[in-house]
Design a protein around this ligand. Sequence first.
Ligand code: WTA
Length: 633
Amino acid sequence: MLKKISSLLEYEEQYQQSISSPEKFWAEVAESFLWKKKWSNVFSGGFEKVDYKWFEGAQLNITENCIDRHLDSFGNKTAIIWEPNNPSEPNRIISYNELHKEVCRFSNSLMKLGVTKGDTVCIYMPMIPELAIAMLACARIGAIHSIVFGGFSAQSIAGRVQDAECKWMITADGCYRGDKQLHLKNIVDEALEQCPSIQKSIVFNRSNFPVTMKEGRDVWWNDVVKDCSTNHDAVSMEAEDPLFILYTSGSTGKPKGVLHTTAGYMVYAAYTFLNVFQYNTEDIYWCTADIGWITGHSYIVYGPLLNGATTLMYEGVPQFPDWGRWWNVIDKYGVNIFYTAPTAIRSLEAQGLKFLEGKNLSSLRVLGSVGEPINEEAWEWYHKNIGKEKCPIVDTWWQTETGGILISPLAGITPTKPSFATLPLPGVEPVLVDANGNELTEKVAEGNLCIKKSWPGQARTIYKDHEKFIQTYFTTYKGKYFTGDGCRRDEDGYYRITGRADDVIKVSGHRIGTAEVENAINESPSVVESAVVGYPHDIKGNAIMAFVILKSNATASDEILKKEISETVTRIIGPIARPEKIVFVSGLPKTRSGKIMRRILRKIAEGEPDKVGDVTTLLNPEVVEEIKGKVSR
Ligand code: WTA
């Protein structure tokens, strides 16, 4: 069995051990998994050369650990509960035995189509069990899955498919989200026009939407699986073989293909799921994220299944048919552990308490939060109205690159404080550094958050660009992993994440790079140049403000021009990156070397125009007053 910490004292002891003897600590954790061959080395390498490896020499298949090894003891247990968008449509209950059959069958299907170990497979699917089945089948045959969130545009899919040189696409005709229909296949068709590397596209029929099947390329999921066996011998993977790529936004350029490998990710996802949520065997667990993000990878699919848990997948949105839907789902299945994002909590809070009337919620034992800082008010509302003041809240801090949770309370064990992610998990050594890279050794401090040493779930590289990986995460502060977050440590040694310290904005918990949005805006026919910053938003946490210089021939009304810019961003990235506010300006504040001073724009956007500081050294100080005037209006 995996080590489950059961008291604060035990946490402190385990933490000390994990820091003083990390190899011994993680070897003991890893013992509980099913290995085809044990490791020769628990850990090697480090941050100096950025060549860290975990469990080298070991061979395994993560899906045998997620599924096969549970079959003898509890094959009939529910692995996945699927709740459809529309409550009047039937739900689906999938046992571990059934999941095994489906994953084996689809593994055989993929192999029949020619997918082999090391191939990259793009998955663009709605929140249906076939998404989990597709990702697990990839892992079972050693193909690398690259899941693209269903809200991204055709251009975003194309960019990711091209970068990862995917040969295969797995998608669905479409799905329902609230009262909307999403025609995923049409979006994929548009994307694939720019993707010559794709050999076959497998289409699951979720909704009977009309689609055009392209001869020679598109095949129906049901036709492919029809004659395939439900037995499959999982391929043996090396510990450091790639498991998946997941694209995420950074400060500069295009989204990066963060690469996770097999053994370390598995051990870390399983360990953190068990300990953070204090998962018990009979618990019903629900994470509301989409599998297209890292939270869904680690804490809807891999982490829960590795622990033999029952994981709930919900296809829809919180407000459909009304804002009481999530509470109905919790009561319907008796959900014990509930994990969501602060933006969702704030949106629900904004509806008042009427949607909570008549809801029981007494099954809940643990509540979680992820993706962005949770403000005190939202924390208190969640604690009082959802947790009825009896459920601990785990405010879990982590990132796509970290693979699993790094800083978080252990539910019911670590005393919590609203808006603090509290303490590092075993194996994690956070440090705060100042702008010059000096470590802040005082207990109470505020600075940029770095991690000192590797942990098993850490991303290994950016797909096909290790230089960029080193450059992005390990050069700002030599020898340390830089998270990009600002952070405060208090007198109890508790960590409070204050938000991104770089040009990344968390909008409704979605990670968006300002450079990407600017590039998209600049594609708009009437735009010369733009600069994008984040500013605080009551519900979304942060929202995007775009400062735009128009071409002199852009004579349409402001309203039409703003609409055109918004549509361009939606077309190029997706609706999640749409600016909340667009401000037309005659110039952008620039240094004499031509660099845009986003810091000044940020202060103005944040409603603190008096704090822009000295602007006299700018190339064009006069635009600052103009911009201040436009934003305050
Ligand atoms: C932010 C999401 C405050 C942070 C799992 C981080 C948080 C970024 C928290 C990673 C939290 C995540 N408190 N901020 N509990 N959790 N963040 O890659 O800025 O989508 O760097 O991974 O989300 O976002 P990503």
